[in-house]
Ligand binder design. Sequence first.
Ligand code: FES
Ligand code: FE2
Length: 337
Amino acid sequence: MTDWHPLLLTHWYAAARSDEVRSTPVAVTLLDTHVALARTGTGTLIALEDRCPHRHAPLSAGCVNGERLACPYHGWSFDADGRLCEVPGLPSDAALPNIRVRRFATCELDGFIWLRPGATGAERPHAMIRATDPNTRRFLWRTRWSANVVDAMENFLDPLHTHFIHAGLVRRDAARVAATACFRPSGEGFSVDYQGMPSQSGLLYRLFESERTAERAHFAAPGSARLEYAYANGSRVLIDLHFTPRTAEETDVSITLHVEGRWAPAWAVRLLAWPLLKRVNDQDMAMLRLQARNRRRFGERKGASTTLDIVRGTLEHFWTHGVLPPAATARDIPMML
Ligand code: FES
Ligand SMILES: [Fe+2]
């Protein structure tokens, strides 16, 4: 039973890290859809509804046998198309019933396995993720936030909480400068260009960055958000978060950090940058948990907004109606950042 708009099921979502899916099946849930994911010996991905059609045991508790996924209860096995291939104990001359488990379309991109919950829809994930150069990846991580997907995405794309939740680390309230946020709708979602901030007032900037030539946030429907930083020496850093709602109250977040043309060996990112980025993540997670708890206490209610709340409208519209708002217009918003 789900309340997701049917159009949301026609999109692709990051479902797991590629390296987590091997011959031992894993159970994933996205948009209240439960899937057993596994990889056969030849590397074929199997993505089947996590429910055996016989007595409804979870297929994710089964095992891969050759090119098939076998149910743990009575051993029925299914191929990657979901077709029933074997019923142990049935005499070899008996006909197999014509039974299929629902299968899901999958693909692998940028270190993650992507899955489309609906039987029909987009052929492939959106262009933003397809265009990322896999050779620049330095870090990849998956985490889970106790938050609705809209609250989670708004948090990542909103700079105005950083002075408080990440005080000193990302920005400082006492060191604001005048900036302009240029909101531009795009075919896949929108981008927001932050102008007037070649530097940033927090520790992260001082430790790892140099003069910026651009700072841009992107949203690509359904669930991808990117922070892009370009530097005077031509280098670039991309932080991509792909949001996959499990349920209305829980969202999986698949994160990559791409570094292009900057000194950033994997060990240094892991040792120096990652603990601080993880701290930022933990701070956001804690606030989102409090926010979700309060939403439950008071019941779902619309919040008040100002011109500073740039992304909320588009995100809310998309996740409610399954399409981007038709009338989004470009606008430039002055703010103190
Ligand atoms: S429940 Fe799966 S084989 Fe019986
Ligand atoms: Fe944050």
